[in-house]
Design a protein around this ligand. Structure first.
Ligand code: NAD
Length: 495
């Protein structure tokens, strides 16, 4: 992964944030057709940081029409290697503007800058470079069928893609959708989450500067129920790629049925991190803490359930509580901060409600779970012990810094509990017994299994889940399948 030296003393993002944030359609910054705007807040302070255009159905129409023109025009017909070169130039421009983008993302999403530096930004650039490399390597096969015919396949871009992105990793998850779609020759209308619109607008400008033709990447900011819904129901959108909550995901599948859009969904999780008695408890507890408290627990694959075998239970509870207490909560722009705010007042209230629910259900709150300060949306990391599998805090996604520690007896019990929610995104397992690890990995209902580690992702490996965790996979070659359609071609050799 790349590393960059940073000096934030001059606040590189301030100039961009001070500008009115327009939509980006057909290569131009334009106000919303209604003239309406909304405010973007800094979750660390609750203060307004930017004024953003509030798009509507008419803006979506314009953006989709621009994306269609660009698809039929320059983008799909361009040499694939040239498409790849443009994406690589874009990656260089992102790197050249790293300080600004990192600061922007940290302020807008309340992310500790140490994490944006180490993960969000480098992962976004890595994703772009990885798929830029794929642009001219997407090929079909010659498939011999009969002697008097030449039969082969080609893979064609699906067309106009609507990318709907959440607020927890706006830049990185946005790039998980943009890079493969563009490499495959698709064009895009992106709708960032209304809480975090800024990085998408900035990187779209840099894409134009890199030579991405007008209309290839459009950004329409605004509310999900208006802009997102209009995209999902638009008859000229061919594919929706969505990351967000299962509730919205269900609505997207229904809306997409109108013209049978292709759909891929990355939804929620309630991932189990399973610690057997024979594990390295120090390493497991350390990883379990970062597995739930990273990004203030607002991570789809957060290890929000820590399952611990009977003998190790008390020790892991103690270690996790100690780690929770030691995390530095504070200003996301301070490099020493480990835990920033949660994204909004609404999210903070929802998390604090779950802390109440857990206590009412009879779980023991060992530490944390209270608001910190009166400014911004900070919550102290919460550790619940004596959690029963059936409790709501064990079944429902809280999406905040709250961990439920559950006791289990043996392998069968661990699997029953780990697989016993509506989700199946990820799971972790800790043991010194390789057989135990493998048996768990084989039977876990999860798109990703981590053994003696937790939380890693890489664009080269498939990412996603089933049931309430979604449909399809992102990353790797799976994403190339998401954005291409195979075509079979028969050529009669007998004429
Ligand atoms: P959300 O579903 O409320 O919003 C996600 C996006 O959908 C936003 O851009 C929002 O504006 C838009 N949206 C809202 N209503 C819409 C509608 N009716 N039609 C179309 N679009 C609409 O989720 P969120 O609050 O932004 O993110 C949190 C959720 O996302 C959590 O449940 C989390 O688990 C999930 N998530 C999953 C992954 C993953 O990779 N599986 C990653 C990040 C977040």
């Amino acid at each position: 992964m790349m590393s960059v030296a940073y000096d934030f003393a001059h606040s590189p993002a301030s100039e961009f944030m001070a500008r009115p944030q327009h939509l980006l359609i057909d290569g131009r910054r334009v106000p919303a057709s209604s003239g309406r705007t909304f405010k973007s807040l800094n979750p660390a302070t609750g203060q307004v940081i930017a004024t953003v255009a509030e798009g509507n159905e008419a803006d979506v129409d314009h953006a989709v029409a621009a994306a269609r023109r660009a698809f039929e025009g320059p983008w799909r017909t361009m040499r694939a290697s040239e498409r790849g070169q443009i994406l690589l130039r874009w990656a260089e421009l992102l790197k050249a503007n790293a300080e600004e983008i990192i600061e922007l993302e940290s302020i807008d999403a309340g992310k500790p800058i140490s994490a944006t530096l180490r993960q969000d930004f480098p992962a976004a650039v890595d994703t772009l470079i990885y798929y830029a490399g794929w642009a001219d390597k997407i090929s079909g096969d010659v498939v011999p069928v009969r002697d008097d015919a030449l039969t082969y396949t080609v893979r064609e871009p699906v067309g106009v893609v609507a990318a709907i992105v959440p607020w927890n990793f706006p830049l990185m998850i946005g790039m998980w959708k943009l890079a493969p779609a563009l490499a495959c020759g698709c064009t895009i209308v992106m709708k960032p989450a209304e809480l975090t619109s800024l990085s998408a607008l900035r990187i779209a400008e840099l894409a134009l500067q890199a030579g991405l033709p007008a209309g290839v990447f459009n950004v329409v900011t605004g509310p999900g129920r208006v802009v997102g819904d209009a995209l999902v129901n638009h008859p000229d959108v061919d594919k929706v790629t969505f990351t967000g909550s299962p509730g919205v995901g269900r609505g997207i599948m229904k809306g997409a049925a109108g013209n049978f859009k292709r759909v891929s969904l990355e939804l929620g999780g309630k991932s189990a991190n399973v610690i057997f008695d024979d594990a390295d408890l120090e390493a497991a507890s350390k990883a379990a803490a970062s597995g739930i408290f990273f990004n203030a627990g607002q991570v789809c694959s957060a290890g929000s359930r820590v399952l611990v075998q009977e003998k190790a239970y008390d020790e892991v509870v103690e270690r996790l509580a100690a780690r929770a207490k030691s995390l530095k909560i504070g200003d996301p722009l301070d490099r020493k901060t480990a835990l920033g705010p949660v994204i909004s007042e609404k999210q903070m209230k929802s998390i604090l409600d779950y802390v109440d629910i857990g206590q009412k259900e009879g779980a023991s709150l060992v530490t944390g779970g209270t608001r910190v300060g009166e400014r911004g949306y900070f919550i102290s990391p919460a550790v619940f012990a004596n959690v029963e599998h059936e409790m709501r805090i064990s079944q429902e996604e809280i999406f905040g810094p709250v961990v439920s520690i559950i006791k289990f007896r043996d392998e069968a019990d661990a699997l029953r509990i780990a697989n016993g929610t509506a989700y199946s995104l990820a799971a972790g397992v800790w043991s010194r017994d390789i057989g135990k690890l493998q048996r768990f990995a084989k039977r876990a209902r999860a798109g990703t299994v981590w053994m003696n580690t937790y939380g890693y992702t890489d664009v080269r490996l498939p990412w996603g889940g089933e049931r309430d965790s979604g449909l399809g996979r992102e990353h790797g070659t799976a994403a190339l399948d998401n954005f291409t359609e195979p075509k079979a071609v028969w050529m009669n050799l007998a004429v």
